[in-house]
Write a protein that binds this ligand. Structure first.
Ligand code: FE2
Ligand code: FE2
Length: 241
């Protein structure tokens, strides 16, 4: 379990808090998704894969959650959370090019504005504080949703083998490349136990590789299935006409 140094609520930029909460919400959502949906698969390998990913997501939730200042009051946290939702939907409304989808963002934005107002009232009532003191006068930023696949690929490439050290080795940095980890790295012991019956994600990759070799073409079963379904679906809608 990795924990980070939390921000200090009176010194951190309000925007940084919103960005952390955005990240955390994304992680929470993937965590809930894998944990909820995983059990419904009939294929045991799929269930094990989702359990494996769910566990990784749990770590992400704890990791980013540890950035929040634990001395924030419940109401303070809630007001910031609603503000974060307003902030995100506002940018969605402003930047969405599809008119129909923009209508959905707009509806969400208004719901969140109401949440924010209601929780702000609670804060005034029960803490006798003005919620505006949480974010001050400025809360603007140059922000744009853009294509980020290249950025993600580059970051993955550079970061995938970096491992964080709870205690730096010989006063060095608090990270090390995977190949330079000490032999008695505690995670190895954990992996030894957790992966005793194999690693579902690696089994899936193997299975796909074998499939690609068998059919002598890159691509995968899932893609094939999706194509078949699309053809069936088209057939069904054509019949209706
Ligand atoms: Fe994650
Ligand atoms: Fe909300």
């Amino acid at each position: 379990m990795r924990l980070l140094k939390h921000y200090e609520k009176n010194r951190a930029l309000p925007l940084s808090k919103l960005h952390i909460m955005t990240l955390l919400s994304g992680e929470q959502q993937t965590y809930n998704y894998y944990k909820n949906v995983g059990a419904f698969f009939t294929d045991p390998l799929a269930r094990r894969l989702y359990a494996e990913i769910g566990e990784v997501e749990e770590e992400h939730v704890t990791f980013y959650g540890s950035l929040l200042d634990p001395t924030e009051t419940m109401l303070e946290r809630q007001v910031l959370h609603e503000l974060m939702e307003v902030y995100n939907y506002l940018h969605c409304v402003q930047q969405e090019t599809d008119e129909r989808i923009r209508g959905i963002w707009d509806q969400f934005l208004h719901m969140e504005l109401t949440h924010l107002q209601l929780w702000a009232d609670m804060m005034r009532k029960y803490e006798g504080r003005d919620p505006a003191e949480l974010f001050g006068g400025t809360l603007t930023v140059e922000f744009k949703f853009t294509e980020n696949k290249e950025y993600i690929r580059r970051t993955l490439e550079r970061q995938r083998d970096v491992r964080e050290l709870p205690i730096p080795l010989d006063g060095g940095p608090n990270w090390v490349m995977k190949d330079d980890l000490p032999k008695d790295w505690p995670s190895y012991r954990y992996q030894h136990v957790a992966n005793a019956d194999g690693v579902p994600s690696e089994e899936i990759v193997d299975r796909q590789r074998r499939e690609a070799q068998r059919t002598e073409r890159p691509g995968n079963e899932l893609l094939e299935r999706a194509r078949e379904l699309a053809v069936q679906f088209r057939g069904a809608t054509d019949e209706k006409r």
